[in-house]
Design a protein around this ligand. Structure first.
Ligand code: GSH
Length: 230
């Protein structure tokens, strides 16, 4: 097998790439890189990705980092069904690119920071939760949800129109990172955004839950941490 995916299913962009490969029956070798165990900082992985981040692919010696670049490359190289990234439709592709550029500093940054401030930072640095920061990121996530509703979804079933695209995969993986820290009401309280997340989940079928087992499993640990401090 010539295509390798370096990933950790606790990582949102890793899950998007992993699910894309599985959904499109693209054969690949799974190389698990545990962020928790610091494997992404070890020399062996640094030689593959000096940025020390997942996901990364190695396609027969062609190494590529950055989930957006990876997804676009895989869609083109492996001839995935065109709804994911309809290259021949200039405006449809531009709309998908628009979301994928926007999400880094919006959906991704704010959901990830809320997750980190509630779970990872207190746990890894042995610090209490900084509730001021949590409040700040809750507000930011609410703003993101409003934009997902009013700017991206509008009256469409998916973020960029009538069909599921790369943007939906990336978007949902970021939002559901809020489930283990029990903040999902931030998007479930918006009926249109909730319906979209549910639509994407059911479109992905059992693969969605399989790919999210690790991250959803952290919920019990979060409950315990929060309860033990009350
Ligand atoms: N912009 C990158 C982000 C990759 C990224 O931040 N990955 C995280 C996991 S979600 C990571 O590897 N973190 C390791 C670290 O921060 O030390 C992408 O979309 O692929």
């Amino acid at each position: 097998m010539t295509l390798k995916l370096y990933f950790d299913l606790g990582s949102q962009p890793s899950r998007a790439v992993y699910m894309f490969l599985k959904l499109n029956n693209i054969p690949f070798e799974e190389v698990f890189v545990s962020i928790g165990a610091g494997e992404h900082r070890q020399k062996e992985f640094r030689n593959i990705n000096p940025f020390q981040r997942v996901p990364v692919i190695d396609d027969n010696g062609f190494i590529l980092t950055e989930s957006v670049a990876i997804l676009k490359y895989l869609a083109k190289k492996y001839g995935a069904p065109s709804h994911w990234y309809p290259e021949n439709d200039v405006s449809a592709v531009a709309r998908i690119d628009e979301y994928m550029n926007w999400q880094h500093l919006n959906t991704r940054q704010n959901c990830a920071m809320l997750f980190q401030n509630l779970l990872l930072i207190p746990r890894m640095r042995g610090r209490p939760i900084d509730w001021e920061k949590v409040k700040f990121y809750r507000k930011k996530v609410s703003e993101v949800v409003k934009f997902l509703d009013e700017y991206f979804l509008r009256e469409n079933p998916y973020l960029c129109g009538n069909e599921i695209t790369l943007a939906d995969l990336l978007g949902v993986c970021e939002l559901v990172q809020l489930i283990p820290v029990r903040e999902q009401m931030l998007y479930e309280s918006n009926p249109k955004v909730k319906a979209w997340v549910d639509r994407v989940k059911s479109r992905l079928g059992p693969l969605f839950d399989q790919s999210h087992e690790t991250i959803f499993g952290l919920g019990a640990m979060f409950d315990q941490n929060v309860n033990s401090k009350m």
